[in-house]
Write a protein of this length. Sequence first.
Length: 396
Amino acid sequence: MEDNFLPFALPFIEQEEIDAVIEVLKSGWITTGPKTKQFEADFAQQIGCKHAIAVNSCTAALHLALEAIHIGEQDAVVTTPMTFAATAEVIAYFKAQPVFVDIDPITMNIDIAKLEEGIALVKKRACLKNVKAILPVHFAGYPAPMDEILQVAKNKNLQVIEDAAHAQSSLYKGKIIGNISDITCFSFYATKNMTTGEGGMITTNNDEWAERMRMMSLHGISRDAWKRYQADGNWHYDIIAPGFKYNLTDIASALGIVQLKKSNTLLARREKIAQMYDQAFSSLPSIERPPMGLADGFQHAWHLYVMKLNLATLSIDRDRFINELKALRIGVSVHFIPLHIHPYYKERYGYKPEDFPVAYETYQRIISLPIYPKMSDADVERVISAVTRLAKRFKR
Ligand SMILES: *Cc1c(COP(=O)(O)O)cnc(C)c1O
């Protein structure tokens, strides 16, 4: 059989990225070094923030951010259940409590109307834990309601750490994500809007946290330890704390420098694909489309295109719909299986599916369609025609 499988995601790698990596490989310096410094400087400039710290994943970035604000065993961190494992596991690293707040049914971001109530519930549910931070996720690249989140944080004296794994180049009220709250964490995983294979970036305007995160990202040893094998380096170093091994290589940074330069073009293509889907599905009552047409000053990064099935109008469920798309050789996914229904969170924290009814109900009808710059118009049309055909064939 002809292999006409359309993958769910593919990175956008051109000759320029390949050349940049080869240059580093030939240079004799392949781990953290001048390319990483340049990547950090380029990224900080694009965001307009004071500090950008390159690390080897967004998970590492989130871990370092929570360490910098001194999360401990007595603390709780408020986040959304509609996210990837990384967002909450980093809270558990500190034996702190992840506290979920249900999502908005349209944007699938944390529901601001339930945020204060969620914080108030912690005292009851988690006994002695103190809420110390809010960790919003910009779901799919749609900016979370930052003004309201920052207001709650201010009233209750909490820190805000953003999981911006989907939100590289998202805008909120004219401000770029990465320069809004205390600390922001980005991902350059293979499927993300820009990639370094594996990688991440932390942005902040706070000098003290920046210095702590930089130091902890490389074994907790004194500043610029990566220079110790360079001509102007010094063999001596001091270990200040038991840090981590989270530094990014120059091989990865070389990729990142090129990808960052292309991010506007890559975003434009993602946006175009979202528009094609939006228009095509507007006449299908069984498909609920993600929100488009954000107000001036807002930008959706379109990391994901998550459609919702209107199950009442269909004779099949979401799992069957996915199997039918698979049979048509189209790769799709589900973002996300809410964290609170996974065995660890159920067993460790006693969460029940109905604790976050919107996340649970939404989960049962979401499908993420392929959306990436490497897709041709013909690829997009193929997805559209498959979804349309199934929506009609299984109309109740
Ligand atoms: C991908 C992702 C992460 C983790 O990123 P890594 O770079 O793979 O560690 C964290 N949060 C969300 C919401 C993600 O989608």
